[in-house]
Ligand binder design. Sequence first.
Ligand SMILES: Cc1cc2nc3c(=O)[nH]c(=O)nc-3n(C[C@H](O)[C@H](O)[C@H](O)COP(=O)(O)O)c2cc1C
Ligand code: SF4
Ligand code: SF4
Length: 268
Amino acid sequence: MIYYFSGSGNSRHVARLIARESGQKLFSLNKFFKDNCCFQKGRELIECSQPLPLPDDKDEVLVFVHPTYAWRQPRLLTSFLAASVRQLKQRQLYFVATAGSGFGGSEKYLRRLCRDLGATYMGLATILMPENYTAMFAIPDEAEAKRLIKAGEVKAKNAAAAIRAGSPLLPDPALCKRSFLLSTVVNPIFYKFLVKSRAFYADDRCSSCRVCELICPLNCIVMAENESGALRPQWTDNCTHCMACINHCPTKAIEYGTASRNKRRYFI
Ligand SMILES: Cc1cc2nc3c(=O)[nH]c(=O)nc-3n(C[C@H](O)[C@H](O)[C@H](O)COP(=O)(O)O)c2cc1C
Ligand code: SF4
Ligand code: SF4
């Protein structure tokens, strides 16, 4: 089974390819989280109304495809997996991470997660895809995004072949540099000070279409009337900065303070 979590679609795209190439089923954690789970501040799982659905065959490998947030697996996913110990114990887990530029020490934390779960760590594939962090970094132009996606697809197919063969996945060491500084030191600072929803707002281009509300995997967005009676999104504090809302808004009405202004929006 191929599970994915994805903000702008990079990890979903990679997951779809791997599912197709390896003949395995695809499972959206975005939908599962939206329908069943409650997180605190977009990172710690509080409760889930259902356990993670698993394939019937206990020997079938489980593959988790996800973006990289501050040089590690997104916290909400780690928190969810750590709480799924009854489902994941003794299972074989593969990880496929996408990122805009680097993965730092992601692998160390995935190995630790598997050890704590009593699961078998089968490896990590590191796949560069277009940067999607509209609230923080530059977004590549269309030509560069296309080039990155093509290269990412080749890596995804290689990962699928390894998974099919039951071989380990190996991260690219050139993309896993400065691991202690980035993943151990900077990651907690990033979550503490930067992962906030306060700077999000929708400007006059908003057409009240509700796409942002529907697409948010954490139900962080609620629609409410403004002073003029128009329906506008409002952000609660349960945001994980996945960037789905800002990148998918059809009228590009969503901004993150001044950081996102005049930046290209990206999703696949
Ligand atoms: C909150 C956040 C943090 C990110 N941190 C990193 C990072 O540490 N290293 C990196 O190379 N890319 C980083 N990125 C870029 C994404 O990992 C990358 O674009 C990924 O492919 C997005 O996948 P998705 O579309 O499936 O969400 C970050 C993006 C976001 C939104
Ligand atoms: S997706 Fe954009 S246009 Fe639609 S409700 Fe949200 S902010 Fe408004
Ligand atoms: S509010 Fe936007 S950025 Fe935050 S979790 Fe929801 S979709 Fe992602």
